[in-house]
Write a protein that binds this ligand. Structure first.
Ligand code: CDP
Ligand code: CDP
Length: 229
């Protein structure tokens, strides 16, 4: 009997999760799902429609009106919100500033987790986020918990955002990452935490190629096992 392989990648903000997840999925021909993009797209909808995060009725109604779709082109995440391509807009500061508050809401989490579990049902998948190894796929064969020095993480994200956002400052980015990490690790529902069986990957001093080689070495035994059945 063959069972699909799930690789769960969790960790702090901007510590290389999606870089690793994309590269791993490409190398292994797995599906890649960026769960953070889903929370960001929901946050964008809430922002545009001025949804009151304390009003359960408004939240439920808003969620009924949010339809997300992933289109993967060369392992780059393209996400649509009600058929509108929002892949770039969800990365901007207004969304980054409110996404963790939206992601802390019970109804939002229930709906996102339901959709994520459906995506990983019958295919080999690499999914990155905050609760993938603990809540979405607690039975994932391989789990990574990623971390890196907060200053390095802020510098990396700053470098990434600067070309399209010349007004942004390194301090703003550092603050945003710190604030989200605080909110994500202290929230009541599905806080970011390392699953007991997750492999810690600190990439402060690793290149993307080095972290990929490390991850492949951990996933490989499960692939060999699968092909020998
Ligand atoms: O890429 P970055 O580290 O900036 O964040 P992201 O993965 O795009 O996730 C944005 C936010 O969504 C996080 O700060 C969390 O608040 C939330 N999130 C979550 O709660 N659970 C997930 N599985 C993924 C993201
Ligand atoms: O998904 P997450 O928010 O955890 O991080 P990311 O978007 O994959 O990575 C944030 C930035 O760090 C990107 O610009 C990556 O190219 C960079 N990065 C790096 O410089 N070295 C690594 N070992 C991993 C990521």
């Amino acid at each position: 009997m063959s069972k699909n392989i799930m690789v769960a990648i969790d960790g702090y903000s901007s510590c290389g999760k999606s870089t690793l997840a994309k590269a791993l999925a490409k190398e292994l021909h797995f599906i890649y799902v960026d769960s953070g993009a889903m929370y960001r797209a929901v946050a964008l909808y809430f922002l545009r429609n001025n949804i009151d995060l304390k009003d359960e009725h408004q939240i439920k109604e808003a969620l009924n009106n949010v339809h997300l779709n992933f289109h993967s082109r060369d392992y780059q995440t393209h996400i649509t919100l009600n058929d509108e391509e929002v892949s770039e807009e969800i990365r901007l500061m207004p969304v980054s500033d409110m996404v963790s508050a939206v992601a802390a809401l019970h109804d939002v989490r229930v709906e996102m987790v339901r959709q994520q579990q459906r995506m990983g049902k019958s295919k080999n998948v690499v999914m990155d986020g905050r609760d993938i190894g603990t809540v979405v796929f607690p039975d994932a064969q391989v789990k990574f918990f990623m971390t890196a020095d907060p200053k390095i993480r802020a510098e990396r994200r700053y470098k990434e955002l600067l070309p399209k956002n010349p007004e942004i400052s390194l301090e703003d980015v550092f603050e945003n990452l710190a604030h989200r990490d605080y909110q994500d690790t202290t929230r009541a529902e599905s806080p970011l935490t390392r699953a007991d069986d997750a492999i810690i990957l600190d990439n402060t001093d690793l290149t993307p190629e080095e972290q990929l080689a490390f991850a492949i070495s951990k996933v490989k035994p499960f692939l060999d096992n699968l092909s020998s059945r």
